[in-house]
Design a protein around this ligand. Structure first.
Ligand code: HPA
Length: 268
């Protein structure tokens, strides 16, 4: 049996008769969102073969099943990153499992550095498109012509509109822009930031893009949010650190929480 089939069986035993609608991946420091879930079941990633070992501070490594309003959600509290083991497909089993258990869309969240003066730390940006600066793909080694995934409209226009509406109805300023994926784990140099600014990036980070590619490969529609935790390298005097990422993600957590609850309510 494949790892995905194993995961589906384990999930079906723990979360009996649960019919998920939306899958949600929570980025660094956003774990408090889980307080909004009427939790029915919870499974640690280490019980699910092929799921990542969430190793970065601010990530719990747990799959939660429950309701937000009337919407059934499965939340990945934590993710794995390419920089942890140099494996771009580290989230493949997780994304395939979310599809296999019946999620019909995904919401991805991350912490990111801003290249936009107006998007200051603590603010939120809807990702409109991305630039893959790593040169790697989670689909290396995938077989069949299905691997030639169309990445136009990867960030689903209709789901993105629902996120805009949720922001508007809650008086939340939602910036929008292009996310550039760098491998990390080191932060970017000021010259790299200047370069991607020229290429059209508005935010930078070390996650999400592989998951977007994997989800599109599974034909799962998605939308994505960046929580701005800092100005990108060279844009401010503050030294970049993971501690700062966690602190500012937590600061923005209330805003993200409102936005996600309202968005998820619109998806039932
Ligand atoms: N660069 C890359 N990843 C990040 C940043 C950044 O400035 N902030 C939070 N995650």
């Amino acid at each position: 049996m494949s790892q995905v089939e194993d995961c589906v069986n384990i999930i079906n035993q723990s979360a009996k008769n649960f019919k998920p609608q939306v899958g949600l991946i929570l980025g660094s420091g956003l774990g408090q969102f889980c307080d909004n879930i009427e939790t029915q079941a919870s499974i640690d990633f280490d019980q699910l073969p092929g799921f990542p070992i969430a190793g970065v501070g601010g990530h719990a490594g747990r799959l939660l099943f429950g309701q937000v309003g009337k919407t059934n959600v499965v939340v990945m509290q934590g993710r794995a990153h390419y920089y942890e083991q140099g494996k771009a497909d580290v989230m493949a089993v997780a994304i395939q499992t979310l599809k296999a258990i019946g999620c019909s869309s995904l919401v991805l969240t991350n912490a990111a550095g801003s290249l936009l003066k107006e998007a200051s730390p603590g603010s939120v940006m809807l990702i409109r498109d991305h630039i893959n600066m790593t040169g790697v793909s989670p689909l290396f080694g995938a077989e069949s012509n299905k691997r030639f995934v169309d990445m136009s409209n990867a960030y689903n226009p209709s789901l993105s509109n629902s996120m805009r509406s949720a922001a508007k109805s809650n008086g939340i300023t939602l910036h929008e822009g292009v996310y550039a994926w760098f491998s990390g784990p080191q932060f970017e140099t000021p010259a790299e930031i200047k370069a991607v600014k020229t290429l059209g990036a508005d935010a930078v980070g070390m996650s999400t893009v592989p998951e977007v590619i994997l989800a599109r490969h599974q034909e799962l529609p998605l939308c994505a949010l960046s929580v701005i935790t800092n100005y990108a390298a060279g844009m401010s005097e503050t030294a970049l650190s993971h501690e700062q990422t966690i602190a500012f993600a937590s600061k923005a957590a209330d805003t993200v929480e409102h936005l996600l609850v309202s968005y998820l309510n619109s998806q039932s």
